[in-house]
Design a protein. Structure first.
Length: 256
């Protein structure tokens, strides 16, 4: 009985998440083809259009209507930051509404099946723990993917600087040539700079979104280099060597 209720809630949650992910990535193929012919980044208008298409979708309409009820809740900024860390295309209020809806479904199904209130409450609490573990897993995997890609991106950045690329061109290179999630983060940082955000602040924002020690090391070194001068390529080469050494030590510790 309990298993049936969990399966129902999990199915609804994953179905809605899959629909959101599919619709949010619907235009990625077109955008990728356009980038082959011109350096085109998604503008804030493009992102707004994608979000509007999600809200106009009949399948997800109840979720977004429910989200409007949670927009005044406290701690939404913290949840919003968690969504960014996990790479989920949801606003904080939308995630809260999705969690509440799926929890109500599980609780109602459990009550109808078990005809009491204690076990359904425990089952709903277990469901909320599962959601928390799922989000934590997404955050961990995204950070690991980013760190792995960063090891390849730093030498690419150094080589680009040595060939005469400007810092903005280096950011554009990573955004276009590297896979997700690092490409999206560098593209977002580049857009922030183009919209008038100070370069140092844009880099710091990226470090806060990812919360990776390796990225924080890169951002700190780049900011210091921009303030006091020196060879950016040399700085990047030194950071690459440091990160690779740290990664080697971590692998050796895991094998012990």
């Amino acid at each position: 009985m309990i298993g049936i209720a969990i399966i129902c809630g999990l199915t609804i949650f994953l179905f809605i998440m899959a629909a959101v992910n599919y619709l949010s990535g619907k235009h990625s193929g077109v955008e990728g083809r356009l980038r082959q012919y011109a350096e085109i980044d998604r503008s804030s208008k493009d992102q707004a259009a994608e979000q509007q298409s999600l809200r106009n979708n009949r399948l997800l309409a109840p979720v977004f209507k429910a989200a409007a009820l949670f927009t005044s809740l406290p701690q939404l900024s913290k949840i919003e930051h968690t969504m960014q860390l996990a790479g989920l295309p949801l606003k904080a209020a939308e995630f809260v509404s999705l969690t509440v809806v799926s929890s109500l479904v599980i609780f109602t199904a459990a009550v109808l099946i078990m005809f009491n209130s204690v076990q359904p409450l425990l089952l709903t609490f277990l469901w909320l723990i599962c959601i928390k573990l799922y989000i934590d897993r997404l955050i961990t995997k995204r950070r690991q993917d980013f760190d792995s890609q960063l090891c390849d991106a730093i030498p690419m950045m150094s080589n680009a600087v040595k060939t005469g690329f400007s810092f903005m061109q280096v950011l554009s290179l990573i955004a276009e040539e590297m896979p997700q999630p690092i490409a999206g983060e560098f593209a977002r940082t580049m857009r922030e700079i183009q919209l008038g955000v100070v370069t140092e602040d844009a880099l710091t924002n990226m470090a806060k979104r990812i919360q990776s020690p390796d990225l924080e090391l890169v951002v700190t070194a780049v900011i210091i280099q921009r303030q006091i001068g020196g060879s950016l390529a040399t700085v990047l080469d030194n950071i690459s060597e440091t990160i690779n050494s740290r990664s080697k030590i971590k692998r050796e510790i895991k094998t012990m």
